[in-house]
Design a protein around this ligand. Structure first.
Ligand code: PEP
Ligand code: MN
Length: 263
């Protein structure tokens, strides 16, 4: 169903007046984790002033260590909704349990399925049952075909609004957190009709190469970019070293926009 052979026209996901996969690209920005009302309001206001309407923030955090911050859960989704309603923004947040999919649809506009859950088939089936768009991230060691088949689960379940995200894969390279597979972008665009985004933060894990990576993604045909932004990254409860502060985000956004690649 997701194959370009089956449907020639691009799938365009419409959510609260934002189009993903259409003629304009989308920037999704926001903190790794939802931490507080003030944190979200500060980032959200900065994004809105910069003309960005889609804000991310994780409430259920799939952390490598059980001793790390696990997220605010449903409370976090409620905070996200509160701030998004105040600022008229569209929200993205990760859900990790099939039983939370329906509930989450009451609070957030786009449900994220993260890299670690790309092949959680019960979660994919649950995501097929809701009317909310799904952003599906490529698994840590997933092939492009496995990503496409994971998307197929959601669409086959009845939800056509799936957005794919290349977020880097695990290789032997240590100078980046993951290896950004730019070639996945044109392949996914060729093989499927779904929108394709690139998460420049989790793929690289470093702040100093985000601009060229975002430009490369857009030049390769990506429909948008995801990036992490936090008002005070040093105190962040997750991914402290890789999040941009607001000033750094403004610089990033200005440079990406002025490249002419972001339509
Ligand atoms: C995230 O976007 O918050 C996240 C955990 O990313 P990934 O699933 O790509 O690691
Ligand atoms: Mn993160």
């Amino acid at each position: 169903l997701v194959s370009r052979k089956k449907q020639q026209e691009n799938t365009i996901v419409h959510v609260k007046g934002v189009e993903i996969g259409g003629s304009a690209q989308v920037m999704i920005a926001g903190p790794c984790s939802v931490e507080s009302y003030d944190q979200l309001k500060t980032v959200g206001t900065a994004l809105k002033d910069a003309g960005i309407r889609v804000m991310r923030g994780g409430a259920f955090k799939p952390r490598t260590s059980p001793y790390d911050f696990q997220g605010l859960g449903i409370e976090g989704l409620k905070l996200l909704k509160q701030v998004a309603d105040e600022l008229d923004m569209v929200t993205v947040s990760e859900i990790v349990h099939p039983g939370h999919i329906e509930l989450a649809a009451n609070y957030i506009d786009i449900i994220q399925i993260g890299a670690r859950n790309m092949q959680n088939f019960e979660l994919l089936k649950a995501a097929g049952q809701v009317g909310v768009p799904i952003v599906l991230k490529r698994g840590l060691s997933a092939t492009i075909e496995e990503l496409i088949l994971a998307a197929e689960y959601i669409v086959a379940g009845g939800n056509p609004n799936v957005i794919l995200i290349e977020r880097g894969i695990r290789t032997y390279e240590k100078w980046t957190r993951n290896t950004l597979d730019i070639s996945a972008v044109p392949i996914l665009k060729q093989e499927t009709h779904l929108p394709v985004l690139v998460d420049v933060t989790h793929s690289t894990g470093r702040k100093d190469i985000l601009v060229p990576c975002a430009k490369a993604a857009l030049a390769a045909g990506a429909d948008g970019v995801m990036v992490e932004v936090h008002p005070d990254p040093a105190t962040a409860l997750s991914d402290a070293q890789q999040q941009l502060n607001i000033e750094q985000f403004h610089d990033f956004w200005h440079r990406v926009k002025s490249s002419g690649l972001f339509k």
